[in-house]
Design a protein around this ligand. Structure first.
Ligand SMILES: C[S@@+](CC[C@H](N)C(=O)[O-])C[C@H]1O[C@@H](n2cnc3c(N)ncnc32)[C@H](O)[C@@H]1O
Ligand SMILES: Nc1nc2[nH]cc(C(=O)O)c2c(=O)[nH]1
Ligand code: SF4
Ligand SMILES: [Mg+2]
Length: 193
């Protein structure tokens, strides 16, 4: 869908410069998705792997975030192999709704109520980033936290339109359940892509 250079706004790598590769296509259907324009793959241009390599080669950065859309709808083997060969660090943002493919240095797993995760994601998740839209999302976050590895970082991130209401509850929750950290969509406060 698009390639851009920005700062990772969310989660463990928040604040880190990164090249974003956003793949079009998603059938998870989150009601509050902030990139609904990504859902229909056919609305977006197709780039071959050599075209992608050429578009990113001049950015002064070796960290890539592959996002979407839902990147795991596709077999990520070929693209990630080509990027690894060029020495990039590869991070993925995924709902985990499809089996994990590809070679990843960091997997950010953000489970969704709208389409259950594939079981393969739990062993790969380096970071669980649960979106808090309402109170029931704390229990939903805990259900998934029970299934990830012990070393997986745990984040609660307010859904953007509900941030004013839910952030105070997230703060109290994290203080009472100190395994959890807070993630904010800092790029939206910074007005960057
Ligand atoms: C747009 S999604 C694309 C990657 C993948 N489909 C996923 O959902 O993880 C990237 C990240 O943004 C989060 N996100 C999407 N819409 C959001 C919103 N309105 N408020 C907060 N986070 C949101 C997702 O949960 C995910 O962690
Ligand atoms: N700056 C910035 N950081 C992000 N982290 C995850 C994003 C995404 O849409 O996957 C995102 C995004 O869209 N912009
Ligand atoms: S899974 Fe990700 S891209 Fe798909 S609808 Fe949900 S937030 Fe949007
Ligand atoms: Mg985003």
């Amino acid at each position: 869908m698009e390639i851009f250079y920005s700062i990772q706004g969310e989660g463990f790598y928040s604040g880190t410069p990164a090249i974003f590769i956003r793949l079009g296509g998603c059938d998870v259907g989150c009601v509050w998705c902030d990139v609904k324009e990504s859902w229909n793959e056919e609305d977006h241009p197709f780039f071959t792997i050599p075209e992608i390599l050429s578009q990113i080669k001049d950015y002064p950065c070796k960290t890539i975030i592959i996002t979407g859309g839902e990147p795991l709808m596709y077999d990520m083997g070929e693209l990630t192999a080509a990027l690894k060969e060029k020495g990039y660090q590869l991070n993925i943002e995924t709902s985990g709704a499809y089996p994990v493919t590809g070679q990843w240095d960091w997997v950010c797993f953000s489970p969704k109520k709208f389409k259950a995760p594939n079981e393969s994601i739990y062993a790969h998740a380096d970071e669980l980033k649960a979106i808090v839209f309402n109170k029931s999302d704390f229990d939903f976050a805990e259900e998934h936290a029970e299934k990830v590895n012990r070393t997986c970082k745990l984040y609660l991130q307010p859904e953007w339109s509900k941030a004013e209401k839910m952030t105070p509850q997230i703060i109290e929750y994290a203080k009472d359940h100190s395994r959890w950290n807070i993630s904010l969509q800092t790029h939206k406060y910074l007005n960057i892509p």
